[in-house]
Write a protein that binds this ligand. Structure first.
Ligand code: FAD
Length: 393
C-alpha cells in the first residue's frame, strides 16, 4: 500500500508509531503533512486512493490567493486573467482586476507534484490505505485496521469525512453537487476568460462553467441540493445543449468525467476533540459563495501543520482551540448562498446583471477586495515556458 515510504529510521524504534497521522492526501492533507514534516514531526499520510492524482474530483482552479499560499510549477498551470459572466439570455459582461489572475491546473499532475514534495519533506505516504476508524487511549490515537498509532490525528478526508463521523465531530450538511466533463483543448474557447453561466433553471444555487484548462477544456455545472427544495441533480446534457452554440463541444473528444459534493454550509462544529482535528473540506472550509476550497485547504492546511507541531514539540496551545479561533466564519456569504439557492427567476437576472450594482457585486465575488469598477482587459503575456533551458551567449 505504500509507494512513498522511506527506509526504516533507527531513531524511531517503532515503525508503526508517528507523531502525526494525516487522513487524506489531497490539497489540505499534503500541505499540512509537508509543513509538519519540515518542522521535524514524524508524519504519515494515508489515502484510500491507489496513487496521488487518481480520481480527481475538482476543476482545480486556483485563485491568486491560493498561489500566494503555495507556489505551483508554472508548467502545470495556465493563467487566466478574466471572468466572462453570462446572463441566462447569454449576454455577458467581462470582469478583470489589475494584477489578479486565476490558474487552471493539470490537477492530477499538481497532486503528484505535491505528494513528491511532501515525501521529500520527510513524510511517509501510504496509498490504498483506507481509514475506517480510530480510538484515543492514553493520549495516543490508534488505527487498529492499519496497525498504526500516533500522537495526533488530522482529518483532511474531504466533504464526507470518515474521521469526523468516527469521532462524533461536526459534519457537513449543505452541499452543492458538481459535475464536470474534460474535453480535448478547443480553439472555440477564448483562453482569456473563465466562462461562467448564470441560469437558475439549469444551475440553481450556483452556475455553469467552461474553463480553458491546462491542455484541455473543462465544462461543468453545480447545483445546490440544499434545504429549500427536493434534492436536485445537475442536468449536464441540458447545460451543454444550451451553451454549445458558443463552443461546439459536440465536436470534441471527451477525456474524463467527474462529479462530487462541495460543502457550502460553513465551518462544522465541533472541529476537534482530544488529539483529533479536522481541516479542508472535512472542516467545511469552502467559500459558500464561490464554492472554492483549495485556497482554504492550502492556507489552513499549512497553518494546522504548524500549530500541531508547536503543540507536540513546544507545549503550544491545543490545535483545536487555536483553529476554532482562526478558521473563517463565512457568515454573510452563507446567507448570500442560501438566497441564491432559492433560485431567483432568470428574467430577473437578465434584467439585473447589466446594472452597476450587480456588476459591482459580481466584481466583488470574483475579485474580493480588488473589487470596484469593471476593469480594462490586461495585456496578455506568454506564461508557460515549455523549454526550461535558455541559450547562454
Ligand atoms: C466538481 C467540483 C469542482 C470544484 N472546483 C473547484 C475549483 O475550481 N477551485 C477550488 O478552489 N475548489 C473547487 N472545488 C472544491 C475543492 O475541490 C475542495 O475544496 C478541495 O478539493 C478540498 O481539498 P481537501 O484536501 O480538503 O479534500 P479532498 O480534495 O476532497 O481530498 C480528500 C482526500 O481524502 C481521501 N479520503 C477520503 N476518505 C478517506 C478514508 N476513509 N480513508 C483514506 N482516505 C480518504 C480522498 O481519497 C481524498 O484524496 C470543487 C469541488 C468539486 C466537487
Amino acid at each position: 500500500m505504500n509507494n512513498f515510504k522511506k527506509k526504516p529510521d533507527p531513531r524511531h524504534p517503532n515503525p508503526h508509531h508517528y507523531d502525526l497521522i494525516v487522513v487524506g492526501a489531497s490539497f489540505a492533507g499534503l500541505i499540512a503533512a509537508r509543513t509538519a514534516a519540515h518542522r521535524g514531526l514524524r508524519v504519515a499520510v494515508i489515502d484510500a486512493k491507489s496513487e496521488p492524482g487518481a480520481r480527481v474530483r475538482t476543476t482545480g482552479i486556483l485563485v491568486k490567493e491560493a498561489v500566494e499560499e503555495c507556489d505551483i510549477p508554472a508548467a502545470l498551470t495556465r493563467k487566466i486573467h478574466g471572468a466572462r459572466l453570462y446572463a441566462p439570455n447569454h449576454k455577458h459582461i467581462d470582469l478583470f482586476a489589475p494584477g489578479y489572475y486565476f490558474l487552471a491546473t493539470d490537477t492530477p499532475a499538481v497532486m503528484r507534484w505535491l505528494a513528491r514534495e511532501t515525501a521529500r519533506a520527510g513524510a511517509d505516504l501510504f496509498f490504498g490505505a483506507r481509514y475506517t476508524g480510530a480510538v484515543v487511549i492514553d493520549h495516543q490515537v490508534r488505527l487498529p485496521d492499519l496497525n498504526l498509532t500516533a500522537d495526533y490525528l488530522l482529518g483532511a478526508d474531504g466533504a464526507k469525512s470518515r474521521v469526523a463521523e468516527s469521532f462524533g465531530l461536526g459534519r457537513n450538511s449543505e452541499f452543492l453537487i458538481g459535475m464536470e466533463t474534460e474535453y480535448e483543448e478547443t480553439p472555440t474557447v477564448d483562453p482569456d476568460y473563465l466562462h461562467c453561466f448564470l441560469d437558475t433553471k439549469l444551475a440553481p444555487g450556483y452556475l455553469g462553467w467552461v474553463v480553458p484548462g491546462a491542455g484541455m477544456t473543462q465544462v461543468g455545472l453545480a447545483v445546490s441540493n440544499g434545504n429549500f427544495s427536493a434534492k436536485r441533480k445537475p442536468d449536464y446534457d441540458a447545460f451543454v445543449k444550451n451553451i454549445d452554440r458558443h463552443f461546439a463541444l459536440w465536436n470534441c473528444e471527451v477525456k474524463a468525467k467527474r462529479s462530487g459534493p462541495i460543502p457550502c454550509g460553513g465551518v462544522v462544529k465541533p472541529l476537534s476533540t482530544h488529539r483529533v482535528l479536522l481541516t479542508g473540506d472535512a472542516a467545511g472550509l469552502v467559500s459558500p459563495l464561490t464554492a472554492g476550497g483549495i485556497r482554504f485547504a492550502f492556507r489552513y492546511g499549512r497553518r494546522v501543520g504548524a500549530v500541531i507541531s508547536e503543540y507536540l514539540q513546544d507545549g503550544g496551545a491545543d490545535p483545536g482551540l487555536v483553529m476554532a479561533r482562526e478558521y473563517p466564519r463565512f457568515g454573510l456569504k452563507t446567507w448570500m448562498r442560501r438566497a441564491w439557492s432559492a433560485a431567483p427567476p432568470n428574467a430577473l437576472i437578465n434584467a439585473a446583471l447589466f446594472t452597476p450594482p450587480m456588476q459591482a457585486l459580481a466584481q466583488w465575488i470574483y475579485f474580493q477586495k480588488r473589487g470596484g469598477l469593471v476593469s480594462e482587459k490586461p495585456e496578455r503575456r506568454p506564461h508557460n515556458h515549455q523549454n526550461p533551458f535558455r541559450a547562454f551567449s
